[in-house]
Design a protein around this ligand. Structure first.
Ligand SMILES: Cc1cc2nc3c(=O)[nH]c(=O)nc-3n(C[C@H](O)[C@H](O)[C@H](O)COP(=O)(O)O)c2cc1C
Length: 332
């Protein structure tokens, strides 16, 4: 299935700058710097209806507007690649295989919110992802796509790598800010939210890797094109992770609103051993179990909420007949 992020519908090999440009990479950045304004980019993202993929589904345009409009300087962007949710590997695969897509989205985010420093906060165990992003950054800087006076414009961006401690709570946005400030990975009291009082107390847009990977396609092809995928409330696609309970474990990018049954049966090839399903966690360990008869629920935040659970970051866990739900929960 053709996706927005994985153009051939599958996880490819690592894509270098040449291949990325051949399929339209950095056209969005060029469009932004030569034919638009930060406000224009922000407006396009708001119109696209892009919602955060880090778990809460917060509208990205709204978050960026809070940061952009804050009079306190400087502003920052943080790419949240802390990913430590059991069973989740989508952010790692995006950074490993599509590093320029992730980097271009981060540069566009910085331009839109008025930041001149972006932090790439990457799980310390993701060595290959870090190397892939560092390689992409070096290629982009050499090509004038990042660094000083990008594409000859007045916009410059410094990119700083920070290792995220490999524990679940360190992925929470304010805990990530603490780590970048060289403190313990503990969440802060909210409000204030990072968008207005984040890193070093300054306005900071913290976004998930998958969220930022959606930005360049939206800017290159427009909000109306993006809204052609998914549902009116949740446009676009989402990456779902299936684990060992199915015949074909892996990550699958599907338009929001695709059914849970389609994901499990068509993409995942059905439950191993054709075992009957007892319950499903549609959004990883922090979501609530859905009974098996909810298998036709459309995978979008509103529908899953109406069914009694949450979509989280798209890790789907299945408990089958014969397994103990308490044991499965403890295993999560
Ligand atoms: C315990 C906990 C762990 C989290 N871990 C991550 C994570 O690893 N990656 C991530 O992007 N968001 C994580 N989040 C969500 C972030 O706090 C934040 O909402 C997100 O980075 C915002 O990005 P988005 O708007 O693009 O979704 C976590 C939240 C909680 C409460």
């Amino acid at each position: 299935m053709q996706g927005i992020l994985f153009p051939r519908g599958e996880v490819e090999e690592r894509e270098g700058l040449k291949e990325y440009r051949q399929r339209g990479g950095y056209v969005a950045l060029e469009k932004a710097l030569k034919g638009s304004t930060p406000e224009g980019i922000l407006q396009e993202i708001a119109e696209s209806g892009l919602r955060g993929r880090g778990g809460a589904g917060f509208p990205t345009g709204k978050k960026w507007a809070f940061t952009r409009e804050c009079a306190v300087e400087p502003h920052y962007v943080v790419l949240n690649g802390g990913e430590d949710e059991p069973g989740s590997k989508k952010d790692r695969l995006l950074m490993e295989n599509l590093p320029h897509l992730v980097l271009e989205g981060t540069i566009l985010a910085a331009y839109a919110v008025g930041a001149s420093t972006a932090y790439l906060y990457i799980n310390d165990q993701y060595k290959e992802a870090k190397n892939s992003m560092a390689g992409a950054l070096a290629e982009a800087e050499a090509a004038g796509l990042c660094g000083k006076k990008i594409l000859g414009s007045d916009f410059s961006l410094d990119v700083v790598f920070v290792a995220a401690p490999p524990n679940y709570v360190a992925g929470e946005d304010s805990a990530a800010l603490e780590v970048i400030e060289q403190k313990q990975p503990l969440p802060r009291q909210k409000p204030p939210f990072p968008a207005t009082a984040g890193l070093f107390g300054k306005p900071t847009a913290v976004n998930n890797v998958e969220t930022l990977a959606n930005v360049a396609p939206i800017i290159a092809q427009g909000a109306a094109w993006y809204r052609g995928f998914g549902t009116p409330e949740s446009p676009g696609t989402m990456i779902f992770s299936l684990n060992d309970e199915v015949n074909r474990p892996g990550i699958y990018e599907l338009p929001f609103g695709s059914s849970l049954r389609f994901l499990i049966e068509e993409c995942g090839g059905g439950v191993k051993g054709k075992k009957a399903i007892k319950a499903i966690l549609p959004g990883g360990p922090s979501s609530a179990y859905l009974p098996a008869d909810k298998i036709d629920v459309p995978l979008d935040p509103n529908s899953v909420r109406a069914a009694g659970s949450t979509l989280g970051c798209g890790v789907v866990r299945i408990v089958t007949e014969g397994s103990c739900i308490v044991e499965e929960t403890l295993r999560c």
